[in-house]
Write a protein that binds this ligand. Structure first.
Ligand code: UDX
Ligand code: UDX
Length: 458
């Protein structure tokens, strides 16, 4: 049977993989192919152990794989055979040249655009899934139309808002789907076609259409606003620690104002993830480019507070543990940047591990899903690091536990058993405020939450 539509996605990462799996699942009459330059990644997508951990993803992939969802390394063939191409290759922060440390590195995107141009044999619709600086679509269009009168390329912006750990849920039931297109008859036609795909499972009123630039900017701004909330509550957590107020109480009182809302107000050791910092830096770079220095400084403050929060956490540990961590053993509960993912990109745990190692502490890192990535992140500096999945074994013989990821598992452990096997006095630094602090104190721990008075025995 000929498929109703043939879709290609270039980039089989955290965004491309789950998004395409869901489209294939919701649209059994479409044929979806995901390609990537990394053969190992493709082999993993085709195996029993997917390259990323995402609740619910395994069963969806298994139900559609090799039926109407295919993973392959044949990028050129994919381009030739599909007229609808999503691009979700990575756009990391530049580490060289102009805009280093700030601007997005667009080399993979540009390379992909050139590849599409080279191997296309007919008109294509190109859909930006990667988060990109405003006006990237324009640059891509210029590449795609350079010296080319044969074929038509329409570029759409369709940013992905899924969060890791809840990707399947977010894709199945998104708050909104955003599709930006040129305000031309052809742009409108391409936009309508993409609306038609999402309308298979997303209520029509949640599918927003707008111009391309607004769509690209909305993605950056959504992430900036979310990160800003975390930095706002974290900034206040520092004040709470100085004044004996309790950040959980403050967040509850503030969040009950319907205008503010109660989500994304959990004080923490700091935000991580591949998007928040990168997208804010991108926004800051853009503002500076346009001479909007005050606006740029305002958003940069969100990152400054995040860095401050991570630093504060280490200072609090150092202070609490008699101003020396040298040769002390510290157990880290969690290394992923958030719960329910094995992803460690920009995880606060990376920064904190490095700082603790500088203080000459010995680390035991525990995490149910992120240990392979942790080993990569600390490669070359982990002579004094052990990686131990079992939390009891990890904590035994250590002076302190630092909770860095809010895995549900950490709420349910037998902390009496853990305490009994630790060096005394035993400390616990709850960087996610997920544990029962009073109960821990009663067991004998010295407990340091975020944004609350510590509970200490001396
Ligand atoms: C990526 C971007 O990081 C993010 O900015 C954007 O919003 C969505 O796409 P993610 O899926 O998390 O997010 O990235 P990653 O897991 O690194 O996946 C990107 C994939 O693209 C990798 O598997 C990489 O091998 C592949 N890739 C990269 C290509 O296939 N071709 C390239 O030229 C470059
Ligand atoms: C984010 C956006 O939510 C998503 O829409 C976008 O597509 C990609 O970036 P993600 O990075 O996967 O998703 O996770 P998110 O749940 O937003 O958490 C980001 C970071 O903020 C994590 O480190 C998390 O622990 C932290 N966080 C979040 C807090 O510290 N407190 C909160 O209240 C919420």
């Amino acid at each position: 049977m000929t498929p109703e539509k043939k879709i290609l996605c270039i980039g089989a990462g955290y965004v491309g993989g789950p998004t395409m799996a869901l489209i294939a699942h919701k649209c059994p009459d479409y044929q979806v192919t995901v390609v990537d330059i990394n053969p190992e990644r493709i082999a993993q997508w085709n195996s029993d152990t997917l390259p990323i951990y995402e609740p619910g993803l395994d069963s969806i992939v298994k139900s559609v794989r090799d039926r109407n969802l295919f993973f392959s390394t044949e990028i050129e063939k994919g381009i030739r055979e599909n007229d609808l191409i999503f691009v979700s290759v990575n756009t990391p922060t530049k580490t060289f040249g102009v805009g280093s440390g700030m601007a997005a590195d667009l080399q993979y995107w540009e390379k992909t655009a050139r590849q599409i141009l080279e191997h296309s044999e007919g008109p294509k619709i190109i859909i930006e899934k990667s988060t990109l600086p405003v006006k990237t679509a324009q640059a891509m269009e210029r590449i795609l139309t350079a010296n080319n009168n044969r074929m038509r390329f329409d570029v759409l912006s369709n940013p992905e808002f899924l969060a890791e750990g809840t990707a399947v849920k977010d894709l199945e039931n998104p708050d909104r789907v955003l599709i930006g297109a040129h305000r031309t008859p052809e742009g409108k036609k391409a936009q309508d076609m993409l609306v038609g795909i999402y309308a298979r499972w997303v209520p029509r009123e949640r599918i927003l259409t707008c111009d391309i630039w607004s769509s690209e900017l909305s993605k950056l701004v959504s992430n900036a606003f979310l990160a800003q909330r975390v930095s706002s509550i974290n900034a206040i957590s520092a004040l709470c620690e100085k004044t004996d107020a309790d950040i959980t109480q403050v967040a509850r009182a503030v969040g009950m104002d319907g205008r503010i809302g109660n989500r994304f107000l959990n004080a923490s050791v700091g935000f991580g993830g591949s998007c928040f910092q990168k997208d804010i830096l991108n926004l800051v770079y853009l503002c500076r480019h346009y001479g909007l220095y005050e606006v740029a400084d305002y958003w940069e403050g969100v990152i400054r507070i995040n860095d401050h929060q991570k630093n504060r956490f280490v200072f609090n540990m150092l202070n609490a543990m008699f101003n020396t961590l040298a040769n002390k053993k510290i157990c880290m509960f969690g290394f992923a940047f958030k719960a329910d993912t094995g992803d460690t990109r920009e995880s606060p745990a990376i920064f904190i591990s490095k700082r603790l190692l500088e203080e000459k502490a010995e680390l035991v890192i525990s995490d149910p899903k992120a240990l392979p990535n942790a080993r990569i992140d600390l490669r070359g500096i982990d002579q004094n690091v052990r990686y131990v999945e079992d939390p009891y074994e990890a904590a035994a013989g250590t002076h302190a536990i630092a909770v860095l990821t809010e895995w549900g598992l950490y709420r349910t452990l037998d902390y009496q058993k853990i305490f009994d096997a630790m060096v005394q006095p035993a400390f616990i630094f709850d960087g996610r405020n997920v544990l029962d602090h009073k109960a821990l104190f009663e067991i004998g721990f010295n407990v340091y939450p975020i944004g609350k008075p510590p509970l200490i025995h001396f």
